[in-house]
Unconditional design. Structure first.
Length: 148
């Protein structure tokens, strides 16, 4: 089972970085210096509810087919009400785990945790298990870009 190392978000400081206002072309290059007019603060862009937001570092590969790799950083918002299909950080039997959540059978007392890697099984959550949804993943920050 994947693990998630949790870190609190520090919003006491701003970090304004140059922002390419005109966009980054994936086609033909354009002069970038012409577009560096604004600044961007990632805290303001990524965090809607500072008191309920945490960062988490992924350890494991059960969400690899969703593009989430070991070492990536998650932005986890505990104020978002989870819905079926959301990527969540769950607390299961004493450990944090990262999975998609399927709430379609919640009325029958069953929740499914669904990995994005066919090597891992779905996890059936029943009332007998020690489980709670700890937060919904709102963003993923890649550790690094894969090279070709």
């Amino acid at each position: 089972m994947d693990e998630v190392e949790l870190l609190s978000a520090d919003l006491t400081h701003t970090l304004s970085l140059p922002f390419a206002n005109g966009g980054i072309r994936a086609g033909f290059p354009s002069p970038a210096q012409d577009y560096l007019e604004e600044a961007l603060d990632l805290n303001k862009e990524l965090i809607n509810n500072p008191m309920a937001t945490f960062y988490g570092r992924v350890k494991g590969d059960s969400m690899i087919d969703a593009g989430v790799e070991s070492g990536d950083i998650l932005v986890i918002d505990r104020s978002i009400e989870p819905e079926s299909g959301d990527m969540i950080v769950g607390y299961l039997d004493g450990e944090f785990t990262l999975k998609y959540v399927d709430l379609s059978l919640k009325d029958t007392g069953v929740i499914w945790l669904v990995p994005a890697n066919s090597s891992y099984p779905r996890i059936k959550i029943t009332p007998e298990r020690d489980f709670r949804i700890w937060g919904v993943v709102s963003y993923t920050i890649k550790k690094r870009i894969n090279h070709i």
